[in-house]
Design a protein. Structure first.
Length: 222
């Protein structure tokens, strides 16, 4: 076995056992020099496999949880979305959907059309390329920088703003549809996104803060 892989595995096991620990404790637990352990831990953190807290402690990261997740997570998310999305669509009168990333594409967990006379039909926004609508972009923005899916989508360097503000905006190429989305967070990881799409003419007159607040409440309910 390659030595660095064995050491990385030992450090990951130590982080899991200790739940959250500083470099010195992890190095001691694995019998490694602090410099060696530090280099490996920083690399694992850069890959998103570990998270580093403000006090320097390491803990299991969202990237590792995503790798270890089973499709039962998708079933639970779909069940939650099936409860939340229709109610939100009825309340806002707009088309709403929830999605998650599955490899390089999006998977629709639930969707519901709005009840106004003119709405965006779900078929028009079911594009599974993550860069097309706000739902995909908010998920890409929360991936580790090294994730190839994220690099492909960061054409306009908007991901930092999305992470900071917690909301993504995206207009269709023809300028007719406006999409908004927020992440569904679990343990700091964006496991899904809740978004809505509406005609641009109605978005111009809408209370945008209220729309974002409604999306965030739905994401919390999921």
């Amino acid at each position: 076995m390659i030595q660095v892989v064995k050491r990385a595995h030992s450090l990951l096991l130590a982080v899991r056992a200790l739940e959250s620990a500083p470099l010195r404790e992890l190095a001691a637990a694995c019998g490694l020099p602090k410099t060696t352990a530090g280099n490996i831990l920083r690399s694992l953190a850069e890959l998103g496999l570990l998270d580093q807290a403000a006090n320097g402690d390491y803990r299991i990261g969202g990237g590792l949880r995503e790798l270890a997740s089973v499709d039962g997570d998708g079933a639970a998310l779909a069940e939650a979305a099936a409860r939340v999305i229709p109610e939100l669509a009825a309340r806002l009168g707009e088309t709403v959907l929830a999605v998650r990333l599955r490899g390089p594409r999006l998977e629709v967990l639930a969707e519901a059309a709005g009840n106004r006379s003119i709405v965006v039909h779900p078929d028009a926004i079911r594009d599974i390329a993550p860069t097309t609508w706000a739902t995909g972009r908010v998920l890409l923005a929360h991936l580790p920088p090294e994730d190839p899916r994220r690099r492909r989508g960061e054409a306009d360097n908007d991901f930092a703003r999305i992470r900071r503000e917690g909301v993504a905006y995206r207009r269709s190429p023809d300028g007719e549809i406006q999409s908004l989305a927020v992440p569904v967070l679990r343990g700091g990881q964006a496991v899904a996104a809740v978004g809505l799409c509406l005609p641009v003419f109605r978005y111009a007159a809408a209370d945008r803060a209220a729309l974002v607040a409604a999306l965030r409440q739905a994401a919390e309910n999921m």
